[in-house]
Write a protein that binds this ligand. Structure first.
Ligand SMILES: NC(=O)c1ccc[n+]([C@@H]2O[C@H](COP(=O)([O-])OP(=O)(O)OC[C@H]3O[C@@H](n4cnc5c(N)ncnc54)[C@H](O)[C@@H]3O)[C@@H](O)[C@H]2O)c1
Length: 212
């Protein structure tokens, strides 16, 4: 899989396909990088955050709220974050939506990148620049459109993803194919979920390519 640089109206997003989390150190100056993840991803992949300034937020849609934004902003200030800081959201769609939003409002906007760790975030939530939070029961009520500088696809995160989260992501992939892409739908029809779980690169290549 090759990397892509995709041009949007006022920015360029680098899609690092088949990437490695560790290589972010080569992309972002260590002094500026601040990592934000949720408690589940942190618990399962703790070793990768060692020695990195990391903000750990509670997991789940119920926390995609202003209170968590305030928590992140306070933690950023405690880390001495400034306008040069680059926020790196490592997690599912809840993390990427919130990190994109915080990056848009913190100090009137700082750079950010994503490492999506659920299939849904890889093929959908991290792509397109829609960032936001819920307000009580009202979903995605507050937010902004702003593109990340990069999206790093490290499919080793998928080894810890529960089965129902694979199904969740694949429902989105099938929906996309059904709406827009007959060839993709035919290909999906030939293989089952277990095939793509074994052949992660192939599954991701098919789905990301079509969704960008
Ligand atoms: N911005 C957009 O365009 C867009 C598009 C689609 C969905 N979304 C948003 O995405 C969110 C849903 O995303 P989601 O399904 O990724 O939910 P999520 O972020 O809540 O992740 C689901 C669960 O999986 C856990 N998890 C994450 N990575 C894991 C891993 N590698 N191994 C084990 N567990 C892991 C999380 O801690 C969480 O408990 C919703 O808030 C939705 O509104 C946004």
């Amino acid at each position: 899989m090759k990397n892509w640089k995709v041009k949007f109206s006022n920015s360029i997003v680098e899609f690092v396909l088949d990437g490695k989390f560790a290589n972010i150190a080569k992309m972002v100056d260590k002094a500026n990088a601040i990592y934000i993840t949720d408690e589940n991803v942190y618990a399962l992949h703790q070793q990768i955050f060692k020695g990195k300034p990391t903000i750990v937020i509670p997991a789940g849609e119920i926390h995609k709220q202003q209170a968590t934004v305030d928590f992140i902003i306070e933690a950023l200030l405690n880390f001495g974050a400034n306008r040069q800081s680059v926020l790196i959201g490592v997690g599912g769609g809840v993390v990427t939506d919130m990190v994109g939003y915080v990056a848009g409002v913190f100090m009137r906007g700082v750079q950010f990148g994503f490492v999506p760790t659920t299939l849904l975030a890889m093929v959908d939530a991290a792509i397109g620049g829609k960032n936001g939070i819920d307000v009580g029961v009202y979903k995605n009520m507050v937010g902004l459109i702003r593109q990340p500088a990069f999206i790093v696809y490290d499919h080793s995160f998928l080894t810890t993803l529960p089965s129902y989260q694979w199904e969740n992501g694949f429902a989105e992939i099938i929906k996309h194919a059904a709406i827009k892409d007959l060839n993709m739908l035919k290909e999906l029809n030939q293989n089952d979920l277990a095939f793509y779980q074994k052949n992660k690169k192939k599954g991701l290549a098919v789905s990301i390519q079509k969704n960008v």
